[in-house]
Structure formats: C-alpha cells, structure tokens
Design a binder for this molecule. Structure first.
Ligand code: CTP
Length: 400
C-alpha cells in the first residue's frame, strides 16, 4: 500500500519522538520514501543522525542551511509529499496548526501541503483532556486533518491516562488505510469483537482462566477499525494495548462479558466472538481466602451462559462470526457449533497445526460456512483478521 509513496514525517518535541525512529523504519520497510522534518526542540529528543540514517535522507529543521545558504523549500516539500504525517504531534504544534502559525519549517510545510495530513498526538493526560487542546483537535479535524487517536496507559510523567502516542505499527496501519479507499468500506457499520480470556473467581485471590492472549481478537478489531467501522472490543484479560480507533470495554468474568455484549448487540451490524470464554464458573465464590486442609478438595462448577449462542438467538439480519478451537473431530465439531450458535461462519483453529492457536503471532485457520470450507495457509494474525473481515464484508453485501 505504501510502496513508492512520498511521506514527510514531521517530528515535534515530545518524549514520544523515540518511537519516531521505529515508525520511520516501518514506513521505509513498507516501501515508502520518507523525508523527515523536525522542530528545533525535537532534536533534543532524537538525533538528526538517527533519523537521517533511518530515512536515508537528510533531516530538515531550518529554513536554510546556515553553512551555505541552501534553501529548504517548504513549498516544494509540500508538493512532493503524498502524505504529511506528524508523529508525535505536541499540544503546542497542534495549537499552532489549528491557528495557522508558521514559525518553523514543520509548520510552513503544513500550510503548503496539498496532500493528506495525519497527526499522532502525544502529551500528558491533562494536556490532552484540556478544552483548548480538544478545541484545537476539533478544528484540525474540521480542516481535514486525520487524527490518529492516542492510546491510554502509563505516560512518561508516571501518570496513567489517555495521551500516549499510538504505537508505530498502528500509525502505519492508519496511514495505509488513508491510501486505501477499499479499507474505508465499513464506514458507518458497527461491530462487536470479544477477545482474551475470562477470569472466573474462586475466592478473593484465585481464579479459573485459560491461555488466550487476545491477539487474534485484537487483530480483528484493528482490521475492522482500519476499514472505517466503529468497533467495541469487549475484552477479558490481556496484556495488549487498545488498537487505534477501537473502543475497549473491559470485563473479567464470562457473565460480565455476556452482559456487555447483550447491551451492545442491538447497536451492531455484526459480531466476532473471539474470546476464550469459560464454559464453567465456580458455583459459589468464597468471600474469604480458602484455607488448605490435609485432604484433596474439589470445586463445584456451574455452566456459564454461551455468549455467541445468546447473540445468535437475537441475530435478525446481523452477522455473527465465531471461532472453534479443536483438538479432534475438527470439522464435525466446527459445523455443529456453527449451526447450534446460529453463526454465519466459523473460524476453525486447529491446535494440531504448527504456528496455530494461543499466544503466537501467527495462525492457521479454515473459514467454514454452511456451503464451503476455505483452508488458509500460515499467516500473521493480522493477515488472518483481514481475510476474516473480507469474508464478513462479502456476506454483508449479500445481506443488503
Ligand atoms: N463462546 C461464547 N460463550 C461461551 C463459550 C464460547 O461466546 N460461554 C464462543 C467462543 O468465543 C467461540 C465459540 O463460542 O466463538 C466456540 O467456542 P468453543 O469454546 O470452542 O466452543 P464451545 O461451544 O464452548 O464448545 P466446547 O467447549 O464443547 O468445544
């Protein structure tokens, strides 16, 4: 998608500038030609030598080279670019862009740019939440600037909240999506994705769970969002960051996940049930920590609600996709789940295949519907997600 594309990477003075090195590397690996423009302060956070080496082009900071008077033309830079990506974008730069201030090369280039412009804000949570910053971001969106939402999490200040620059890989996906009109094909549609492992408490310190990393579900949420869909990611326990453009709803138990899904389902055009949901939960949760005795012990378990089947009963014209993780009689079990839960198709995950299943970054799956079975080769989880979303799109087109 980015092969041969001309990208200006603008870097401003934020600690997140260290991530710009990885971002630049990813853009170059994806085939883009990258020229880097830095504000004077950005040079304090990451060296021009690093960025020049990674981008394979000299860094531009000043309007002219003081050694020989050579002019860095922001006008021709603006004309050269297919995309101007400012990452990280500080509150200061965002404010100046919103009001048309042109006191450095990065800003004059913005005013001259005729191409798509995207910014990845990075700042402390209070600066990000401030009405002035939000007003400036709203102004930039109205001016046609694409804002790559910051993530929530631990910030350099030690505070926890929203303001952390999106991860380089997510920024690249968003830039790719800007060039790919097909990827905006789900604009106006809403989806629910479940992901990760549920936690079923036994007592205040112990629980029953499973090995799901959540990676497949997160990749699906990312793929749907990259095509312009509204995505609610109902997530059990994972160590993953929220993908750009996705709204995460955190839950712990199967019952909490079921409640969150039932509430969102009427607002959705479809759902992908990727979570590894506990089928059983302790019948009673002990209020105090259970003390050991000399003998063995057993825990009484009761069935949880089947979330996919619950949504399947109220499906109407919506799209429902499920997963089946099997170790034997794969096809028979998968088809039975497809029918029992009223799904449009099911993604069969065989734990017998190398490179498939939990924790890893790859998967080997088959897509099975009432009429057909397609076996996909070993792919990254993100590539598998794109294939699943392709199939969802074609079913949605048939339904409409
Ligand atoms: N699922 C769900 N709610 C549950 C259990 C499963 O929504 N309580 C969903 C999973 O997210 C997946 C599909 O149902 O999309 C199949 O899950 P799986 O555990 O493989 O199948 P089960 O129906 O639970 O059958 P079994 O455990 O007997 O294999």
């Amino acid at each position: 998608m980015l092969k041969g594309k001309h990208i200006i990477l603008g870097i401003t003075g934020s600690i997140a500038a260290y991530k710009s090195a990885v971002l630049c590397r990813l853009l170059v690996s994806a085939g883009a030609e990258v020229k880097v423009v830095m504000t004077p302060l950005a040079k304090q956070f990451i060296t021009p030598l690093t960025m020049a080496t990674l981008s394979k082009n000299p860094i531009l900071v000043d309007f002219f080279n003081p050694e020989n008077g050579e002019w860095n033309s922001h006008v021709s830079l603006g004309e050269w670019a297919d995309c101007y990506l400012i990452a990280p974008a500080t509150a200061n730069t965002i404010a100046k862009m919103a009001s048309g201030v042109a006191d450095n090369l990065l800003l004059t280039t913005y005013l001259s740019a005729r191409c798509k412009v995207a910014i990845a804000p990075a700042m402390d949570l209070d600066m990000y939440a401030h009405v002035a910053t939000q007003r400036n971001l709203a102004q930039l969106k109205a001016d046609g600037v694409y804002v790559i939402e910051p993530g929530a999490g631990e910030l350099a200040s030690g505070l926890v909240g929203k303001g952390r620059m999106a991860e380089p890989q997510d920024i690249v996906s968003e830039v790719e999506a800007l060039f790919d009109e097909k990827k905006k094909s789900l604009q106006g549609k809403s989806f629910l994705v479940t992901a990760g492992a549920t936690i079923e408490p036994i007592d205040p310190v112990r629980f029953i769970s499973n090995h799901s990393s959540g990676k497949m579900g997160y990749a699906l949420a990312e793929s749907l969002a990259a095509r312009g869909a509204k995505v609610w990611l109902v997530s059990g326990r994972t160590a993953l960051d929220v993908p750009a453009g996705v709204e995460r709803v955190d839950v712990l138990s199967a019952e909490q996940m079921c409640e969150a899904c039932c509430e969102l389902w009427p607002k959705c055009d479809g759902a992908v049930m990727c979570a590894a949901v506990a089928d059983y939960t302790p019948a009673v949760v002990a209020e105090q920590k259970i003390k050991k005795g000399d003998g063995d012990m057993s825990i009484a378990l009761k069935r949880t609600r089947d979330i996919a089947a619950t949504l399947g009963k109220e499906k109407g014209s919506r799209l429902l996709v499920g997963f089946a993780m099997e170790t034997e009689n794969e096809m028979t079990n998968a088809v039975s789940k497809l029918q029992r839960k009223n799904m449009d198709f099911i993604v069969l995950n065989s734990l017998r295949q190398a490179g498939a299943g939990f924790r890893g970054d790859t998967n080997v799956v088959s897509l099975i519907d009432a009429e057909s079975r397609v076996d996909l080769p070993l792919m990254s989880k993100r590539e598998v997600a794109d294939k699943i979303v392709d199939k969802m799109e074609s079913i949605l087109e048939e339904k409409n």
